[in-house]
Design a protein around this ligand. Structure first.
Ligand code: MTE
Ligand code: MO
Length: 253
């Protein structure tokens, strides 16, 4: 059940990563013991570290299954203005009082990796590209969801414009608060994935990721980086802040 946030909200840290929860539950429910897992994996699983590394491997296998099921044309549900959640929540790996705003006047999006034209982009540059607006639901693994309106540049348009290698496997993002995440190319090219410049028709507030947030309605909230400083197109798995702590990398919503 997806519930609307109300009251004090636990941190992602209070939630067991998917590796420990979903996969483990799946295997236990399926009657798969650690002993059977040992047989399957061909390893003698004698300690937690080994069990975790096998479960991480299963989570990466699950990434491939999700990627195979992901459809480039299936759209996330969209909503009307009346559905928008008042006081859309702020979330980050720290409290909102610790938020350090980015100076958008001097900000430039840095480009690296498999990209033909690595010229950095200003906010004004991004405003010259075609813009799109969407009202979609943001779902956080912490168990809350909320509906908001984001507008900006379709990410596919941007990737084509900069000559990104769309055959590459990953796009990695680094953010002003040192947050990191990464996504698969199919999701990057999905028609609803946008570089959000506006929230509710006005420039993105600091709390929602000014100067830019990558808004991906087909993925869980933690895969939507805010305050992006740089992006890399790469074939080397970039991981991410929560992903490196065991959260499932693909995390479709
Ligand atoms: N730079 C940055 N981006 C981030 C995070 C973060 O801590 N830092 N947290 C993620 C998580 S877990 C969520 S749910 C959403 C929250 O976005 P919001 O504050 O606009 O609701 O941002 C995501 N992107
Ligand atoms: Mo989240």
């Amino acid at each position: 059940m997806r519930t609307l946030f109300s009251g004090p909200r636990p941190s992602l840290r209070d939630h067991k990563p998917n590796v420990q929860l979903a996969e483990r539950r799946l295997f236990l429910r399926g009657g798969l013991s650690i002993g059977a897992l040992s047989l399957l994996s061909g390893c003698d699983l004698t300690d937690n570290e080994q069990v975790d590394s096998v479960l991480t491997a299963i989570s990466r296998l699950n990434d491939r299954a999700q990627a195979a099921l992901f459809s480039r044309t299936t759209l996330a549900p969209t909503y009307t203005a009346a559905d928008i959640t008042p006081n859309f929540p702020f979330n980050a790996y720290y409290a909102e009082s610790k938020l350090r705003p980015v100076d958008g006047e001097h900000w430039k999006l840095e480009l690296a990796g498999r990209i033909a034209d690595k010229k950095p982009w200003t906010l004004a540059d991004l405003r010259t590209l075609p813009q799109e607006s969407q009202i979609t639901r943001h779902i956080c693994v912490e168990g809350w969801s909320a509906i908001g309106q984001w507008s900006g540049v379709p990410f596919r348009t941007f990737l084509e414009r900069i000559g990104a290698d769309t055959k590459a496997a990953y796009i990695g993002f680094t953010c002003a608060d040192d947050y990191r995440t990464s996504i698969d190319m199919a999701t990057a090219l999905h028609p609803q994935t946008i570089i959000a410049l506006d929230y509710a028709g006005a420039p993105l507030p600091d709390r929602y990721g000014y100067p830019i947030k990558l808004r991906i309605p087909t993925k869980l909230g933690f895969k939507n980086p805010k305050q992006i400083l740089a992006m890399t197109v790469t074939n080397d798995y970039p991981g991410g802040y929560w992903e490196d702590q065991g959260y499932n990398w693909f995390s479709g919503s």
